[in-house]
Design a protein around this ligand. Structure first.
Ligand code: ZN
Length: 412
């Protein structure tokens, strides 16, 4: 097991440096903190620094020092799928989908749960907590159970039945909340400051955030260290976007890739605070939001992480866009039918955004584009198709199959 090369925490606003520890923000300016590593060691060793499979293959570039704290359910190491048929449909030369629905609880959240719960162990906490629309809740609950920690999971009342079932099974305590995420999160954040439990929320904890950085490391390795030209990431408060961008930056600094991909932030129109600010060239104005099918993107106030996303977009020539719910559902059907990938609405928002950007000629179709698919469709709740069945004898069955295969459609 490799040693962690994490060296310090740095404030992203004023640059103040702190020794490693559980600290949520800068003492001087209240800025967010990010972990810094001994990138020289990565440059010197190259990919030889990585060993094993899955997320902890990159343990050297993650902040969990003791191998005994590296909790795992087999997360990471998800497929990077070349999708030529969908690429042709969307009109792009090459399309790669990073399918994170293949994680143990079916979402990208398992990457951050591994490092968040690992950090909870590292700092001696006995309980974790998160406020969630469903995916983060089931993931943190599962990883906490795996680590033998207590979990207090606050889940949105409209969370899908499969997510609720999953959380009921894995959480120590599941509390259903009414109303919008943004309102509860401000109260919950006070309890974080009182250190009643370990913060597994998306807004501040640098250790949690860090797990998603492995998306960039995996994409780089899976493409033979020729990173895609563009990476499209889903954005609620911006954890996946920021962590992926940072992973690529580290790989660049270490000389493992020659340039970082251009990052695209994908949002749902009903929760588009960041895309809107990007388009208007203004600071972020928090939105009062309603329901979107992309439940995991339903953050109207992305807070300081949202500001961080906007800063990265402007500094590094990024791009942000949002799509309406019907476009998301259309992308979901298309992805299932054309490539056999059944992803949830939150997970396919990136494909819907990519489709729109290509249609509007906002992206160069001659490039290699990678979209992150953040969740499986198996935890989605939707209206069931008709269950009305047909009884067959051998002849009627033969007639049906022959009819279908000859393209005459359903004969009966
Ligand atoms: Zn600071």
């Amino acid at each position: 097991m490799s040693e962690s090369l994490a060296r310090e925490l740095a404030c992203i606003d004023c640059g103040a440096i702190y020794v490693l520890g559980y600290r949520l923000e800068c003492e001087k300016c209240r800025g967010l903190l990010e972990l810094r590593y001994d990138v020289d060691r990565l440059r010197a060793a190259g990919p030889a620094l990585f060993s094993g499979t899955g997320l902890w293959r990159y343990a050297a570039m993650l902040p969990i020092a003791d191998p005994g704290h590296r909790v795992t359910l087999g997360e990471g190491g998800t497929p990077l799928l070349d999708c030529p048929r969908l690429a042709a449909r969307l009109g792009v030369r090459r399309l790669l989908l990073k399918y994170d629905g293949a994680n143990p609880t079916g979402t990208v959240k398992d990457r951050t749960s591994a490092t968040a719960v690992g950090a909870a162990l590292q700092f001696g906490y006995r309980a974790t907590s998160v406020v969630s629309s469903g995916n983060a809740g089931s993931s943190i609950a599962a990883y906490s159970a795996r680590a033998g920690l207590r979990s207090l999971i606050f889940a949105y009342e409209r969370a899908s039945a499969p997510k609720l079932l999953h959380m009921t099974a894995t959480a120590s305590d599941l509390i259903i909340y009414k109303g919008v995420y943004d309102d509860l999160i401000s109260h919950w954040d006070r309890l974080v400051e009182e250190r009643l439990f370990f913060d597994c929320g998306a807004s501040r904890n640098a250790y949690k955030h860090e797990g998603k950085k492995t998306l960039a490391y995996e994409i780089a390795e899976q493409t033979g260290f020729v990173a895609p030209d563009v990476v499209v990431a889903p954005v609620a408060v911006g954890e996946t976007f920021i962590a992926t961008a940072r992973g690529f930056r580290e790989l660049c600094e270490a000389g493992l890739i020659s340039r970082a991909p251009r990052m695209v932030a994908a949002q749902a129109t009903r929760a588009n605070a960041i895309a809107r600010a990007f388009r208007d060239g203004t600071p972020i104005t928090p939105l009062k939001i309603g329901y979107t099918v992309a439940e995991g993107l339903a953050a109207g106030n992305p807070g300081r992480k949202g500001d961080w996303v906007l800063r990265l977009l402007r500094k590094d020539n990024g791009l942000a866009a949002d799509v309406e719910d019907p476009e998301i559902l259309e992308a979901q059907r298309m992805l299932a039918r054309v490539e056999g990938i059944w992803a949830g609405p939150t997970g396919v928002a990136t494909v819907a955004v990519l489709r729109r950007l290509l249609e509007h000629k906002d992206l160069d179709p001659a490039q290699t584009i990678c979209a992150i698919i953040s969740e499986t469709g198996l935890k989605t709740e939707a209206e069931l198709p008709s269950r009305e069945g047909t009884a067959f004898d051998e002849e009627s069955l033969r007639r049906l199959v022959r009819g279908l295969l000859s393209g005459r459609g359903h004969p009966g």
